[in-house]
Design a binder for this molecule. Structure first.
Ligand SMILES: Nc1ncnc2c1ncn2[C@@H]1O[C@H](COP(=O)(O)OP(=O)(O)O)[C@@H](O)[C@H]1O
Ligand SMILES: [Mg+2]
Length: 339
């Protein structure tokens, strides 16, 4: 049944987006913290919200969580407007803020119980919800532990558990990996993946650190100074960046590895000398059996270079470009603007 307040206009062939920001604006005086931000995320998707500090991530997320209201525009959670239907939005959304209070006199299970009660869960339903969260976050063994004695990694799991307690469709996580050690970060990443794959949640996760998001996100929106600079699947963003680089004739880095049964030093020297004589080859760095160099050509020229390399008799066993990571794309898309 379609309930009142449901925006049929949101529907396209994929159904209703789990999350949609539509021309969202939030100004603080003259500061345009969020300046016409639009994007969508679909059920079961993990979407990265990536941008430097001060870009407008927290402000956008707080509006999604109905803790703040937009200056203009709107945002929808499972089709419900944060402006018109904040109560419905809260039912469908779990928000993990970037920092949250840790009550000194509570243990893990009491903390979850407190939030379960706040969401109106009763008796068996509440017990089941708490049990489910304890199992999912692997905090079962720590149920009686005072929460102010938890490690950072454990308290982030608890924070995640807390916003799962009412089984929301959409999870909005504001920099959940900040300050975690590498192991805790990997564990958190796995939990977030499970949320999407097993529990079919839609996850919006923000970060100013790119590497931690590239591997878990299906899609990403890159924001800077309140505006979206790139939006799409991770592959699309990377590909677009590669196309831009090709258009701008930005040098790409190429790697060659050679193997010679004897005289590898000689073969490396010969390769270096040969490379330096080729058109479009910039800086060359060689070490035994390897060369890394800048190449200013596109795909066609790169193919020709490889052919020439083989024709010239270099014993090539590897020839590859350095593929752009999401981080490279981010560095090249954002300009370092602060307001
Ligand atoms: N309540 C507020 N009053 C005034 N300025 C704010 C307020 N909240 C955020 N800002 C400003 O809005 C901009 C975006 O902040 P924020 O959304 O927290 O960025 P991010 O989470 O991407 O680091 C920043 O310049 C910040 O100083
Ligand atoms: Mg923030």
């Amino acid at each position: 049944m379609i309930e009142p307040g449901f925006r049929a206009a949101n529907v396209d062939q994929r159904g209703v987006p789990a999350l949609e920001l539509r021309h969202l604006h939030r100004f603080f005086g003259r500061l345009k913290a969020v300046d016409d931000v639009s994007f969508k995320a679909w059920p079961g998707q993990v979407m990265g919200f990536i941008g430097p500090n001060g870009a407008g991530k927290t402000t956008s997320m707080r509006i999604l969580a109905t803790l703040d209201t937009p200056t203009a525009g709107d945002a929808f959670v499972c089709g419900y407007s944060v402006v018109d239907d904040p109560d419905k939005v809260r039912r469908f959304l779990g928000f993990m803020p970037d920092s949250f209070g840790r009550y000194a006199n509570m243990n893990v299970v009491e903390y979850l119980d407190f939030y379960a009660r706040a969401y109106g869960l009763r008796d068996a339903q509440r017990r089941d919800a708490i049990e489910h969260v304890l199992v999912f976050t692997e905090l079962r063994k720590l149920a009686e532990k005072p929460i102010n004695t938890l490690s950072k990694g454990m308290s982030q799991r608890l924070g995640l558990g807390r916003c799962l307690i009412h089984d929301p469709q959409v999870m909005v996580l504001d920099e959940p990996a900040a300050g975690l050690d590498p192991r805790a970060r990997v564990e958190l990443r796995e939990l977030i993946r499970l949320l999407a794959t097993e529990m079919k949640k839609t996850v919006l996760i923000s970060s100013h650190i790119l590497t931690e998001l590239g591997e878990i996100c299906d899609s990403a929106a890159i924001i800077e100074a309140g505006q979206i600079l790139a939006y799409g699947t991770v592959e699309e963003i990377q590909q677009r960046q590669q196309d831009n680089d090709d258009e701008l004739k930005t040098a790409r880095a190429l790697n060659i590895r050679i193997a010679a049964e004897s005289e590898i030093e000689h073969a490396t020297d010969r390769l270096e000398k040969w490379l330096l004589e080729q058109p479009m080859v910039g800086q060359v760095q060689c070490s035994t059996g390897r060369a890394i160099f800048e190449f200013e050509g596109g795909d066609v020229e790169q193919k020709q270079l490889l052919q020439n390399l083989l024709t010239a008799g270099h014993p090539v066993i590897e020839f590859h470009g350095k593929s752009k990571s999401l981080e490279d794309a981010f560095m090249s898309i954002t300009k370092g603007i602060t307001q």
